[in-house]
Design a protein around this ligand. Structure first.
Ligand code: ATP
Ligand code: MG
Length: 401
């Protein structure tokens, strides 16, 4: 069992306990530990308030002070410590009007989303399980803590979270939990898109995504999410785990008439670029009809992105993004072609724009870019080698300016 991460963090619990506070591991780390899964990060919950936490640790970062979360830096690692808290009334289905710091663990776990996420563990690995989360883990059931209707009414993000846990764990949604989702699905409209995307990324990367995607469809969840609601999901199938940016690219390529901009998703420029790159790749793929096309394709997109896309052949075929493939393209062919490419990036070209201007005695202009591309392609085809003189000779012979 993977105890080491808890061992490393134990001195933090000990420090809190020595100062007469209660402290427990809680949330995903305890759930994953009980399921014998790898634990990525641990959450600690304590009766100490943020001020009290800061008073007893040397290095702290107040990342979420207003909702009671302080990060403690210990041996170069950061640990999230959250004060026991209860939540006040909700009136907008997404944020409690107030959070209260409380001194009891029970009050804290009661406000958590699912029974499997409401299990606490003390420093001696003793489990405190007020809502039978362990039994639900054994039975592979996702069940809200308390009344599902109320819990989803308070915070509709829990609906998407429930589906993402289903996708990651392959658990079943308990009946009243699923019914509560149905009742409150329209409230996800009020959530911030950033919070939704955090969960959707994990959902689509989950091993059991097929089932949870079916539930997303049955609940018509995308009708209530900005950007997504413009697309026709009855035409789109997802059966296997897929990276979020590739999923979005596939959706946009499948339904090119939908004009909604990616900026609605409030994702980073880096992510937007990645989606654009995947879209280009998907649009180029069906047009490859010759060995040379294939060489240009491998040169332009690189083998790692192409391989990622080829590994999604089921998604691409199911959604008719590539129907017929005139050439046999698989990872082996791609690797072989890549290893035979004379150059793998424009940076490696033995000439640059300036060399061309001087040799041809021309001033710069729009003609330069396509010429560089022609040179690149000639080298990739093997028509000329990547040597300055040879390239310039070829240019003089083949190019009319
Ligand atoms: P992961 O392994 O993906 O980190 P996690 O269960 O730790 O899963 P987090 O988003 O890190 O999920 O949240 C930590 C804990 O905080 C959860 O286990 C749950 O107890 C609680 N929690 C998070 N979001 C909510 C929410 N919207 N409503 C109620 N409790 C929540
Ligand atoms: Mg977590």
């Amino acid at each position: 069992m993977n105890k080491s991460i808890f061992e490393t963090a134990q001195p933090i619990l000990n420090n809190l306990i020595t100062h007469d506070y209660q402290a427990y591991f809680v949330g995903g780390s305890v759930r994953d530990y009980l399921m014998h899964k790898d634990i990525h990060d641990i959450d600690i919950t304590t009766s100490a308030t943020p001020d009290e936490i800061e008073a007893i640790f040397d290095k702290t970062i107040p990342i979420g002070r207003e909702h009671g979360t302080i990060n403690v830096v210990y041996k170069q690692e950061q640990y999230e410590i959250t004060t026991f808290r209860a939540e006040g009334e909700y009136d907008d289905h997404r944020r409690p009007n107030a959070v209260y710091f409380v001194r009891s663990l029970y009050e804290d776990v009661k406000r958590r989303d699912f029974t499997m996420n409401a299990i606490a563990m003390d420093k001696n690995y003793q489990i405190l399980d007020y809502f039978n989360g362990q039994q639900d883990i054994k039975d592979k059931i996702i069940r809200t803590v308390g009344n599902a209707d109320e819990r989803f009414n308070e915070d509709a993000l829990r609906i998407i979270r429930g589906l993402r846990f289903q996708s990651q764990l392959g658990f079943t949604l308990e009946e009243s939990t699923y019914n509560g989702m149905k009742t409150h699905i329209a409230s996800i409209e009020h959530l911030s898109i950033e919070r939704i995307i955090v969960e959707l990324k994990k959902l689509f990367a989950g091993k059991y995504v097929a089932q949870s995607y079916k539930n997303l469809m049955a609940l018509q969840a995308f009708d209530y999410i900005t950007f997504f609601k413009q697309f026709d999901f009855t035409k789109f199938r997802v059966n296997t785990a897929v990276e979020f940016s590739l999923l979005l690219a596939a959706l946009k390529v499948q339904q090119p008439t939908v004009e909604i901009p990616l900026s609605k998703l409030k994702i980073s420029n880096q992510e937007k670029k990645e989606i654009a790159k995947y879209m280009q790749l998907l649009q180029t793929l069906p047009n490859i009809t010759s060995k040379n096309d294939l060489k240009y394709f491998v040169y332009d997109f690189g083998k790692s992105d192409i391989t990622k896309v080829l590994n999604q052949s089921e998604l691409l075929h199911n959604n008719h993004i590539i129907d017929l493939q005139p050439l046999i393209i698989n990872t082996t062919t791609i690797n072989e072609i890549y290893s035979q490419l004379p150059i793998t990036s424009r940076k490696q070209l033995a000439i640059n724009g300036n060399d061309l201007l001087t040799t041809l005695n021309q001033s710069g202009g729009a003609w330069l870019k396509p010429l560089l591309r022609d040179i690149e392609c000639a080298i990739i085809r093997g028509e000329i080698t990547n040597q300055k003189n040879e390239i310039l000779e070829w240019v003089k012979k083949h190019v009319k300016i």
